[in-house]
Design a protein around this ligand. Structure first.
Ligand SMILES: [Cu+2]
Length: 76
């Protein structure tokens, strides 16, 4: 997370992978799936949030603090 966006915005991983998001902005962010499949909780500046994904599919997610921050996660 940097500049109030997810970088990269499109992410492709395998089932069972753990994804780490690092917050490089000076305010908190979170990672929240639109369908409720995963949720990081708020991640403070300079901190990281981890999610392990085990369900295959394509998931849209946002930061609920900044609804314009969107990403797409594909789990193969
Ligand atoms: Cu945010």
């Amino acid at each position: 997370m940097v500049g109030v966006r997810f970088l990269p915005m499109l992410l492709e991983v395998k089932a069972g992978d753990t994804i780490v998001w690092e917050n490089r902005d000076p305010f908190p962010h979170n990672v929240t799936a639109d369908n409720g499949q995963f949720r990081s909780g708020d991640i403070a500046p300079e901190q990281t949030g981890k999610i392990t994904v085990d369900k295959r599919g394509r998931f849209l997610y946002v930061c609920t603090l900044h609804p314009g921050m969107k990403g797409v996660l594909t789990v193969n």
